[in-house]
Design a protein around this ligand. Sequence first.
Ligand SMILES: C[S@@+](CC[C@H](N)C(=O)[O-])C[C@H]1O[C@@H](n2cnc3c(N)ncnc32)[C@H](O)[C@@H]1O
Length: 380
Amino acid sequence: MKPEAWAEELRRRANKKKEALHRQLSQPLTFIQKAIVDGASTLYFDVFRQRPKIDQESAALAREKFGRYFPATVEEMLVELLNDPNAYAQKVEEYEKTCPPVPVEFPTNPAHYRLITRDPSRQIQEVLTQLALLSNFPSQDGKYYALDIGTGYGRLARKIEGTLKGLFNGKRDFKVFGMDISESNIEDAKKLNEETVSEIVFFVRDMNKVPFPSNTFNLVNTTDASYLNFRHRRPFYIAEIARVLVPEDGRGCITNPNEKTTLKEYNYLMMRSNYKTYMNPLNIMRSTVLGRCSIHIDGLVRGRPDWEITGTRDMANTLKRALKAEIVDTCDWPEKGGPAIYSEFTFAVNNKTKKALLKYMDFREGQRESENWFNIERGQ
Ligand SMILES: C[S@@+](CC[C@H](N)C(=O)[O-])C[C@H]1O[C@@H](n2cnc3c(N)ncnc32)[C@H](O)[C@@H]1O
């Protein structure tokens, strides 16, 4: 089968799977499922009096200072960055001297992380990434470069590589990269590469500094990771994606929890769409690592403005108005049965985007040497 025809067939299958997953995610919550989530929450927070360990003093300082440094929306922050990259970078530095950001290590060791990647709410992310790839395949020059940011053990990078292997059918005109800030997640990713004979290039970096020349990638994906990036640094991350995408039809795909996400709604959704998995005692034990991490993140998101989640409308405006990109696909889930707590945006950059980025691209070129960028040029 020709690659174009195979891509069309994959698109048909992926859309079918997406619909099936939406249906699965829209199941209503039963009385028992709700009672289990409510009971566990009461036991943990009220009976055992467990609280996320947030430094309240520094959180109060961040609440006092944040609004003095930064505008209300990520869209406005990105406009500031694009207008004067040096001034924005300096402002970030000054704010962080007063209010050092609080990072959270998010372990994606497959031993426990695979438990949640079986959830339909994660399965749909894989389908959406695949659809983003298929939305601009084949590329104009016949090659395809993809980057997965906040890759963890490489779940989405593997989905991308698997899809491209099928489409290129033995030809080696594609390359997949996966980057993450966590050394141990990247170690796990590399280990899995050996077991699965995969050629994805995994490396450790912060998503706010993508170490590639401008106009390199056909697809940049970030699933469930950029909400962990500090709010005032998100403009860097978004500008970086737009910078490294090729101007002719490059695709970004970003999936995140949204402003409607609460710990309880998240647990309700997992229970109603994957009830049996979470009733297995071994899995309950496995999920405690991730549970503790999620409780901590939830505390930060609610307690610190530099952790506040980007709202869905703000994200759409950031892409459309500040970045001049075109939104190719967007969806929220679940569609029914409870609040839609996840949002996906697939967008296309174009020449207007690149024009809006001119000062920013210059600013990044100036940092190239000191950051040791990958020495790949398209076509090598
Ligand atoms: C919830 S995991 C998601 C992993 C993977 N994308 C997936 O969906 O399976 C979030 C990942 O983002 C990474 N991360 C958080 N902040 C980051 C940053 N500033 N730069 C790069 N990666 C980051 C974490 O280390 C973690 O691996």
